[in-house]
Structure formats: structure tokens, C-alpha cells
Design a protein around this ligand. Structure first.
Ligand code: ATP
Length: 282
């Protein structure tokens, strides 16, 4: 039996450049993995079937699960006539803007590549991952990267200085499709300065990283769910250097350069939300 970790991601920047003729939005975003992980265990089983078990009840176990899709893709593409059971220990909040499902799929690709000795490189796994979802290629690599296109074109960046991250997941569901549907690109008043964020990360300058945090989807999600914006302001009031919504939300994260500061934000927010996580950028 082998196991593999699937890390959550946050967006340090998220820009939407234009709506493409194919209906997708052209994005440019800086993605960062954080130390909050699902755990996958892989075990071969009799026959030729894929089966999944999971520690939480609200994740589908059939071919709607991105882990199932990853296993199916690998089996079909490489003609693997073996059964596989994958157990998923879910710690990343679901439908949160933290790419939990995508990261699980990426971990499944990496794990099965090892289990079945396929010898695929990370680049090859990322290319396969793009067939599952546009966040999967980034999750195959992890770390820090700029993602462009639909999110599937990855340019890796050096690891930034360590930072503390407090995540708050409000108890509401936000549909990514609705957020993009309510976005009017010509109405975006302020775009992230992606180049300056790359520089701030390279300099390891927490103040500047905090200053450059920007997500153009915030306005849309805040309008749909005002409580998400309230969490952001609470984080800043409890001493966050910066705070931002991740992806299309509803998770909001705060950054802090010192553990004591992060702990204060964590303690402060626990009074308002059931799902609060103290984690870090590694
Ligand atoms: P993203 O940031 O990429 O938009 P997300 O964090 O908002 O992702 P996920 O946690 O990936 O959202 O899950 C969204 C939906 O996908 C869930 O409601 C669930 O039904 C389905 N899903 C499929 N596979 C998984 C998985 N392995 N873990 C969690 N959800 C999954």
C-alpha cells in the first residue's frame, strides 16, 4: 500500500483578463500550496474496478469524484488491467475555493504513477491532469506558481519565505460558475499587479506580499454573500497583515509573519466561524 498527500492551495492573486471565444475566462493567478492536506491511500484490489472510500459523507464516491476520474484516466491511457481502491482522508474543506478535489486528483495521478511504475514526469502528469480540471496541473507540482490560460498553464516560481496563514471557511456554498457568470470583465476597476507580487515573493517581503494580495472575484462574491467580506475585515481588525478571498470563495485567508500574530487572528475568528484553520506556507 502506498500513500500520497494532497495539499490545499490559496490564490495570492487572481486576475481575469478577458472572456474567450470558447466561453472560458482567461486568467492569470499566483497559486500557493499551504500546509493543510488530504491523505490518500492506494491499494490494489481484485478485478478491474475502481473504488473509493472517504472519511466524510458529503463527497461523491463514484465517477463524479475527481480521484475516480484520475484513476480512470490513468487506467485507460496506459491500459492497466488492475483494480484499485483509494481511501481518501478529507481535511481540506469541500467547495471552499481551496482546490481540494483538484489536489486529490493530482495526488491520485502521482500515487498511481508510483504504484504502477509508469515512470511519468511531473510535466507529463500535469498534462494528464489538465484533462480532469484546470486547477489539477498546478496541484501536481504544488509549491508556488503563476497559472495562466484557464489556469492549466503553469510557470513555477521559487518558494517564498515562510508565512503563517489563517483560513476561514464560512458555512455557505458558493458556485464557481455563478461567480464567473456574475463577473463583468469590463467592470473590473483594479487588477492585481502580478509582476509586483512575483517580486515581493522573490524578496521574501511579507509587508509587500500583503499589499499585493488581490482577487478580482472578491467584489462579485462579496455582493452575493456579504458575510464573506465581513470575515475579511475581522481578520484585518485582529491584526492580519493582509487578507484575501481564495479562488471564487467562500474561504478567506489572512497572512501573518509571526506565529503569535497568526494565533491572535485564529483565536479571534474562532468566535465567528466553525471552520478556522491555522496553517502555513512551506
Ligand atoms: P476549486 O478551488 O478548484 O474551485 P473547491 O475547493 O471550490 O475547488 P472542491 O472541494 O474541489 O471545490 O469540490 C467541489 C465539488 O466537487 C464538491 O461539491 C464535490 O461534490 C465534488 N468533488 C469531486 N471530487 C471531490 C473530492 N475528491 N473532494 C471533494 N470534493 C469533490
Amino acid at each position: 500500500m502506498i500513500s500520497e498527500k494532497a495539499k490545499a492551495k490559496i490564490n495570492l492573486t487572481l486576475d481575469v483578463l478577458y472572456k474567450r471565444p470558447d466561453g472560458y475566462h482567461e486568467v492569470e493567478m499566483i497559486m500557493q500550496t499551504v500546509d493543510l492536506s488530504d491523505h490518500l491511500q492506494f491499494e490494489e484490489r481484485e478485478g478491474n474496478l475502481i473504488s473509493i472510500s472517504c472519511t466524510v459523507p458529503y463527497v461523491p464516491l463514484d465517477n463524479r469524484n475527481l480521484v475516480y476520474k484520475a484513476a480512470e484516466l490513468i487506467k485507460n491511457r496506459f491500459g492497466i488491467d488492475k483494480g484499485i481502491h483509494i481511501h481518501l482522508e478529507k481535511n481540506i474543506p469541500v467547495a471552499a475555493g481551496l482546490a481540494g478535489g483538484s489536489s486529490d486528483a493530482a495526488a491520485a495521478l502521482r500515487g498511481l504513477n508510483r504504484l504502477w511504475n509508469l515512470g511519468l514526469t511531473l510535466d507529463e502528469l500535469a498534462e494528464l491532469g489538465a484533462e480532469i480540471g484546470s486547477d489539477v496541473p498546478f496541484c501536481v507540482y504544488g509549491g508556488t506558481a503563476i497559472a495562466r490560460g484557464r489556469g492549466e498553464q503553469i510557470h513555477r516560481l521559487p518558494a517564498p519565505a515562510p508565512l503563517w496563514v489563517v483560513l476561514v471557511k464560512p458555512q455557505i456554498a458558493v458556485s464557481t460558475a455563478d461567480v464567473y457568470g456574475n463577473l463583468s470583465v469590463s467592470d473590473i476597476r483594479e487588477h492585481p499587479d502580478t509582476i509586483s507580487m512575483v517580486q515581493a515573493l522573490a524578496d521574501g517581503d511579507p509587508e509587500e506580499i500583503a499589499k499585493q494580495l488581490k482577487n478580482v472575484l472578491e467584489t462579485v462574491t462579496f455582493r452575493m454573500h456579504p458575510e464573506v467580506e465581513k470575515i475579511k475585515w475581522k481578520m484585518l481588525r485582529f491584526g492580519a497583515m493582509g487578507a484575501l478571498m481564495s479562488g471564487s470563495g467562500p474561504t478567506v485567508f489572512a497572512i501573518a509573519d509571526r506565529e503569535t500574530r497568526a494565533q491572535r487572528i485564529y483565536n479571534g475568528l474562532r468566535g465567528f466561524s466553525k471552520e478556522v484553520y491555522l496553517t502555513r506556507i512551506l
